[in-house]
Design a protein. Sequence first.
Lengths: 416, 288
Amino acid sequence: MTRDCQRKMSSGATMMGGALALSLIAGASLAADPIRIGVLEDQSGEFAAATIQKVHGAQLAAKEINEAGGIMGRPVELVIYDPQSDNRRYQELMRRILQRDNVDVVFAGFSSASREAVRPIVNQMDALYFYTNQYEGGVCDANVVATGAVPEQQFSTLVPWMMETYGKRVYTIAADYNFGQISAEWVRKIVEENGGEMAGEEFIPLGVSQFSQTIQNIQAAQPDVLMTLLVGTAQASFYEQAAAADLGIPMGSSVNVAQGYEHRRFDPPALEGMHVTANYIEEVDTPASRDFVERWRAMFPDETYINQPGQNSYVGLYLYKEAVERAGSTEKAAVREAIQSGEVCVDAPEGRVCIDPKSQHASHTIYLVQVGANHEISIPKVWDGIEPYWLGEAGCDLTQRDHDAQYTPSNPPAQN
Amino acid sequence: MLQEIFAFLYQFGDAFAFLVLSAAGLAIIFGMMGIINLAHGEFIMCGAYVTVTTARLGLPLPLAILCGALAAGLAGILVERLIIHRLYHRPLDSIVATWGISLIVTQTVLILLGSTMPGIGTPLGSFSIGAFSYSEYRLVLMAVAVLLLIALYLLFNTTRFGLLSRATIQKPQMAQALGVKTSRVYSLTFGLGAALAGLAGGLYAPTMTLVPTMGVTFIVESFVTVVVGGADVFLGTAPAAAVLALIKAVMTGWQGQLFGQIGLLVTVIVVIRILPRGISGWFLKERT
């Protein structure tokens, strides 16, 4: 359990600007009244490999924001706990961070199970909650700002491209919980819409690490494309075992590489033929991304990989800053009103990111990431500014009322 | 038809090898010695980490795996000397103590070595039969599992160490009265169990994600196998692994991984109900 003392840094920054009269006022409020941001991200347990970067991303953003004078002149103070990849710890810590630590906003959660575990608590306390991870989509809840990529951004791009390039028979293996089940439903829907067919589907309990039989089931079905929606470090063993058995079917995913950097962890060619639609990976070669990587490595020289969750966490803090500054307040109602203007946008390392007023989800630049035989990364296609359109079109409009629900293609909002 | 038969045998062998290798160490520590060792997964992780580290330093893989087993065995002897030997007749306390060891080790590795470790890749190649292709390394794992069972049978039934070990665990006072240094036998037996866990870790290290929590993925299968098998390492573990592998291969091939796991757990419930002392308890009772 660590708690950051960002205040030290910001008081240093204030002293440097002490000659200016303005900064005296800023300095007074800096010392008096920090904006407290809760960060509940896994630093140990099953998901830690992919989520430790979310803590670092928040720390980097908080440091930069404080050095640049804070949010509305108020410094940012992070309250960080480790929920240990454990949904019950998430619930305990969410209560603690909202009731005892009185944070203004909370950034929390990697797995969709953890998000759904804390969402009722967030609603009960009527708090403001940023969920920055990519996920299966569909959360329509006034308390939640979901800034990660969603299926219409990741699958509507990836699946048609894979079917055009490799063929129309698709096989899905997915982690057996809400994320995997709903993501697989999206794949099924998009495959059908594009005139393909599902060669098979298998749902795999979290924590399974032995895949011989699964590999054989896939070979028996002879698909052209394999969608791997696997979650956690145990399930990542699939790639090594599939490569050892020479499976050799082009793979597509919305989660691997960009989150778990399997292309760095496994010996080549385990990940050969993997395609991922991500809104960020460290290898994105733009000036903004290179600059971001440099600043990150200056603060965390030992970081194994700067992944998409890390970037999303970093961008999340800046989106919050932008919304609060437009609102002129940290009150939830005011911040949501600012979001409803549709003008809360930041220039992120990935490209421009804006929050959609209806669903409180974010637009993204989507990179098609391809992994080669030596695990080298290429990006054959980039889609700019893809909107999170599905929820809004399906009837989720948070500017009108709070739905407090999660929808799926087979369970859309009731039309009335 | 032939290729389907081979495919099924391969899957059966693969599940069998995984169950035997992950359970062998536990069969000694839990099955024979009666210590509910919740740190079993951490001995496996220790073996895997040492194997990968020494392999990366240039040692050939088989030697690296032996190093992994040796390191886990030494760690086991250390743990036995420091903690376990105080808890031989306090099974509930040993649960808490070994669980604590497991938490401390996982967290220490996370802090010292980070959240992941790069893998070394699966050795050997692949081969195809009909529409299916297979990993050759998996055949090696199957062979090692069978050889290990034979070696353990010989060790416990034909060597002096095996005799002393069984005597010490069954009737410690009598063994001591006859001049056996029981505390040393306990240490060595526990160390052997830990070394076998390390061996499993080393053998599976090239095929898996290397993370501090990797031992957890072996735990369910190993406890299920030992509970179904009962106290005897050879007469218990081998038939239990064979029955469970059959159920797992059939269920997973038929309905996927979820049903494979359900099959394992239903089997253990049924076996505990009918044969409370496991398969080997039933074998041995029949004989006497």
